[in-house]
Design a protein around this ligand. Structure first.
Ligand code: HEC
Ligand code: HEC
Length: 401
């Protein structure tokens, strides 16, 4: 029955779904929809080689779906990547990669990379991103899509998937994989990943009591002497609420951790961009230690001291991978007082979503706070909505059997 509904046009499908009570506003209703399929895949430890590793293994609920280890362990014995797994909160809202042509107020024009998934922007959007962990030898380590599809067909939720995608897609490795990627993207767009229920949200909406006095002082440093808001935007830009990032790229000169990581420059082959990484959102940052693309800085106190005095006490931080491209204009010798530094550290707590803090021991996903709009309602806001133009889009994937 449900499978038949999925093949009707979206509008009609939703109408019927609502009438029958199959969907809730959060998309977490009783029906097995694309987001529910994505959730099963996200939790499934049978999709790696050897089995044992799921998305959830490296994106941990207690760390706002980041990895508390500096680098994660892969499925294959002894395999490790070189980057710290970032939070998945708000990840579906990261704009696609763009080489922006920016006109500044004073009439100058500058070009800069912005957006993209992964620290080096090597996935143009979320749809491209979700495919990579399955085939990365340092992550889930599958050899190819045939292996991926055959594992999906053997999964505990296989019957539900088959009912959802139809028999033709079910039998075709490439089309089944495509639907699995789409399902993961829908899952990452779920309202609980974008609750905007941190105290900073209340404050920016006009509740002056939402922040403590120390946090208010921290916010002033964040906007003024610290220059943080120049890159970690406090204004709404690509979404209707601030994401605390401009998703631009910079080389902060963070401490080396072994193998050099060329970052953006490795992708663009531009030597000026070596060692540059995409600025992350600071939402939930107090839950996501350790910090920076390589997990080289352990605490927020250390992060703030690094921004403040990197260039004053270089021996404390040691060598960095690409000294020639380090940004010395915006950071490194901010001349902040100890009070200002500690106020900044305190401010970070105000960026934590209450729904994450309210999670009980053993809960895997947070509850959706009241009033968070559904994915359907916000569909034009999500940067993935042009996925049909993607080279791997199979235009025949949606055909009825
Ligand atoms: C072995 C650990 C591991 C597994 C398993 C894993 N990830 Fe990740 N994930 C990472 C690391 C490390 C990064 C950062 C890599 C980079 O920037 O190059 C990352 C990055 C991401 C990002 C990009 C976030 C951003 O800010 O750009 C998303 C989204 C994501 N993973 C989702 C997933 C999904 C969905 C799965 C399951 C299909 C998954 N991950 C499985 C470790 C893992
Ligand atoms: C010029 C742009 C820029 C400015 C200004 C800036 N940041 Fe960042 N921030 C970044 C980039 C880029 C990264 C990621 C660097 C990396 O991983 O190598 C980052 C990373 C961080 C992280 C680590 C986040 C994580 O999840 O690992 C924190 C915390 C942070 N910034 C806070 C601040 C604060 C507080 C200020 C002001 C004192 C500030 N930033 C100023 C661009 C900036």
């Amino acid at each position: 029955m449900l499978a038949a509904f999925m093949r009707i046009s979206l509008g009609l499908q939703l109408t019927i779904g609502l009438v029958l009570g199959l969907y809730s506003a959060s998309g977490e209703g009783g029906g097995f929809d694309k987001a529910a399929m994505g959730k099963q895949i996200f939790l499934d430890t049978g999709l790696s080689y050897p089995p044992g590793l799921a998305c959830l293994s490296c994106h941990r609920p207690e760390a706002a779906f980041a990895d508390p280890r500096p680098v994660s362990s892969g499925a294959a014995e002894g395999r490790k990547g070189i980057r710290n797994a970032p939070s998945l909160m708000y990840a579906a809202l990261i704009p696609g990669i763009a080489f922006e042509d920016i006109f500044l107020g004073d009439g100058t024009e500058l070009y800069a990379w912005e957006g993209g998934l992964f620290y080096d922007g090597s996935a143009q959007d979320q749809f491209e991103q979700v495919q990579r962990p399955f085939f990365d030898e340092n992550e889930m380590n599958l050899p190819d899509e045939a292996a991926f599809a055959s594992r999906l067909r053997a999964a505990a939720y296989a019957d539900d998937v088959r009912g959802l995608v139809g028999d033709q897609v079910w039998k075709d490795d490439s089309r089944l994989s495509y639907q699995a990627y789409r399902a993961l993207v829908e899952f990452l767009k779920q309202p609980f990943f974008r609750p905007f229920d941190a105290r900073i949200d209340d404050y920016l909406e006009g509740n002056v009591h939402a922040l403590t006095e120390a946090e208010k002082r921290g916010l002033t440093v964040f906007k003024e002497d610290g220059k943080c808001a120049d890159c970690h935007f406090l204004v709404a830009n690509s979404w209707e609420k601030p994401l605390l990032s401009d998703y631009g790229y910079d080389n902060l000169g963070v401490p080396s951790r072994g193998a050099k990581d060329p970052g953006l420059g490795g992708r663009t082959n531009n030597v000026d961009e070596l060692g540059q990484f995409r600025a992350p959102s600071l939402r939930n940052v107090s839950l996501t230690a350790p910090y920076m693309h390589n997990g080289s800085i352990e605490t927020l106190q250390d992060v703030m001291e690094f921004y403040n005095k990197r260039d004053v006490e270089p021996e404390r931080w040691g060598p960095t991978d690409y000294p020639a491209t380090v940004n010395h204009d915006d950071m490194g010798d901010l001349k902040l007082t100890e009070q200002q530094v500690s106020d900044l550290v305190v401010l970070m707590e105000a960026f934590t979503d209450r729904s994450l803090l309210d999670m009980k021991q053993g809960e895997v996903f947070p509850k959706v706070p009241d009033g968070v709009p559904s994915t359907e309602e916000k569909r034009l806001y999500f940067p993935d909505w042009t996925h049909r133009l993607h080279p791997t889009f199979h235009s025949d994937s949606l055909k009825v059997d």
